[in-house]
Design a protein around this ligand. Structure first.
Ligand code: THU
Length: 163
């Protein structure tokens, strides 16, 4: 005997960043701004992330690569870890992500990788509060997920460790 569990995920699709709320538009603008400082000589794929904290503080990050490839880190984790290291008790409300590369124009939203979803979900659980994920390319549609866990079914968390 077995039973099958199904789930679904949801996200809002905005026709362009012009249609976002002012808060989201400003956060996304920051993510787009800071991708210029990415250290991405190997992929030439610059990613920027901007994290909004409960008091309005915005913490940014970008991808930092390394000659030993796996030693690099994605923009989202740079931003989240920096936010947590500087403001450990401030709740994280939202994150905006965008990317740019010389190889092609990016006109579709850039979704956070699986490892970043896992890392970001930690803070959703820590603060017991959803973190909105705003995903964008250079242009085109913008996707907004109401939470990180919405993008990560069956996530591994502190609950699995009995905490
Ligand atoms: N990258 C990010 O910074 N965030 C993501 O969510 C996806 C990938 C970076 C890692 C690497 O430096 C480059 O983009 C190409 O994968």
């Amino acid at each position: 005997m077995s039973k099958q569990i199904t789930g679904n995920y949801i996200y809002d699709v905005y026709e362009s960043s012009e249609n976002l709320s002012k808060t989201d538009k400003d956060l996304l603008a920051k993510a787009k701004e800071v991708l210029a400082n990415a250290y991405a000589p190997y992929s030439n794929f610059n990613v920027g992330a901007a994290v909004l904290l409960e008091d309005g503080t915005i913490v940014t990050g970008n991808n930092q690569e390394n000659a030993a490839y796996p030693s690099g880190l994605c923009a989202e984790r740079v931003a989240f870890f920096y936010a947590s290291s500087q403001y450990p008790s401030k709740k994280i409300i939202a994150v905006a992500v965008s990317a740019k590369t010389e190889k092609m124009p990016i006109n579709v939203p850039v979704p956070p990788c699986g490892a970043c979803r896992q890392a970001m979900a930690e803070f959703e659980i820590k603060f017991d509060s959803p973190i909105r994920v705003i995903m964008s390319g250079e242009s085109g549609e913008v996707f907004i997920s109401p939470s990180v866990s919405n993008l990560l079914p069956l996530l591994f968390s502190s609950k699995n460790l009995g905490k």
